[in-house]
Design a protein around this ligand. Structure first.
Ligand SMILES: Cc1ncc(COP(=O)(O)O)c(C=O)c1O
Length: 364
């Protein structure tokens, strides 16, 4: 079986983990601060606040950026549920806009329509899905025009760039995930990045039970902290992130070259002036059920990211989102299949994937 994802853990991570274990400083520790500084520096942001996972990082980012109970936050329904759940955790209200057919990202034209329909929308949570940057020129124009609080969900896009600028540097705050399937990992883990001193200070307070001085609590906070062990892994992984991303891009190029010309298969699109870091390599097929059974049978791992728009998830239907219908999202959700693209793939794995996919016949 060629897996859909596999983390690569090297000597640097193993040595640091052993060092942390032997030091006995297993929870907060020096590596957490070092990792925060290193990851913020990598993206060119002033402040990094490490968190226990990408979901808690998103919750922190939204709260610290000023999203409050009752606020409406526009977002995409074509994502992992954590994106809009983090809005709900704030007591805020997700409002969904449709996505673009080629990039799967939130569509600036539909953002404008939704903003025109509802002048109460205060926030915008964008997701750079599969490693592909959103259309930031158009989005920043809307953010200014409508005075929106912009938060970037960068869980799938470490190191991605829009016109030479790293994603995660456009909004008031950004959130990253370091889950093992991501472009780099800390096991579980996440990070809030921001250039705004006040947002950073607020996130730092909230991540640690609202406390600056031990056992004194200024506000209702959380235990969303990253551990020293996780940060140790993150430091080792960060050294390799550029190499991991380069490998992902090469693998994607190999797949796109090998799979071109199949009339039943639509390849991923890389927008001009963007560095797409291929967290996922996601194709569109008409006969998806048949195709994925075939992949399963041939030992090719795959993923369906995602089988339902967020507003069709049972929890969202119960919250009253059942009546929504966004046509592009609903069209894409029926067709998407992610193929392995991770940096642990060998040349032989890639050749096998190409051969197996080319041999599929949707008519049979
Ligand atoms: C787009 C997106 N947002 C948020 C998250 C949440 O991250 P985590 O799983 O680390 O909580 C993920 C991760 O799966 C994700 O893909």
């Amino acid at each position: 079986m060629i897996p859909i994802a596999r983390p690569i853990i090297g000597e640097s991570e193993k040595n640091k983990i052993m060092e942390v274990l032997e030091s006995g400083i297993l929870a907060s520790g020096a590596y957490v601060e070092e990792f925060e500084k290193a990851f913020a520096a990598y993206t060119g942001t002033a402040h990094g606040i490490a968190a226990s996972n990408g979901t808690t990082a998103l919750h922190l980012a939204l709260m610290a950026a000023g999203i409050k109970e009752g606020d409406k936050v526009l977002t995409t329904p074509f994502t992992f549920i954590a994106s809009s759940n983090a809005i709900l955790y704030c007591g805020a209200i997700p409002v969904f806009a449709d996505v673009e057919r080629d990039t799967f990202n939130i569509d600036p034209e539909d953002i404008r329509r939704k903003l025109e329909e509802d002048p109460d929308i205060r926030g915008l949570l964008i997701v750079h899905l599969y490693g592909c940057p959103c259309k930031m020129d158009e989005i920043m124009e809307l953010v200014e025009e409508y005075d929106l609080i912009l938060i970037e969900d960068c869980a799938q896009a470490h190191g991605a760039e829009y016109r030479g600028r790293k994603i995660g540097t456009f909004g008031k705050a950004a959130a990253y995930s370091f889950y093992p399937t991501k472009n780099m990992t800390t096991s579980e883990g996440g990070m809030v990045l921001t250039d705004d001193e006040e947002v950073a200070e607020k996130a730092r307070l909230l991540v640690n039970h609202g406390s600056k001085v031990r056992y004194y609590h200024e506000e209702l906070g959380y235990n969303y902290r990253m551990t020293n062990l996780e940060a140790a892994i993150g430091l080792g992984q960060l050294e390799k992130l550029e190499e991991f991303n380069r490998k992902r891009q090469e693998n994607a190029a190999f797949l796109s070259e090998g799979l071109k010309g199949l009339p039943w298969l639509e390849l991923p699109h890389v927008p001009a002036d963007c560095k797409h870091v291929f967290h996922q390599y996601t194709v569109k097929v008409e006969e998806r059920d048949k195709f994925v059974s075939y992949l399963q049978e041939k030992g090719i791992g795959y993923g369906i990211h995602y089988p339902l728009p967020v507003y069709r998830q049972p929890i969202y239907e119960r919250l009253g989102y059942g009546g929504i219908s966004l046509p592009v999202t609903e069209e894409l959700i029926e067709k998407v299949v992610s193929l392995p693209v991770h940096p642990a793939l060998t040349r032989e794995d890639l050749e096998t994937i190409v051969q197996v996919v080319r041999d599929f016949s949707p008519e049979k």
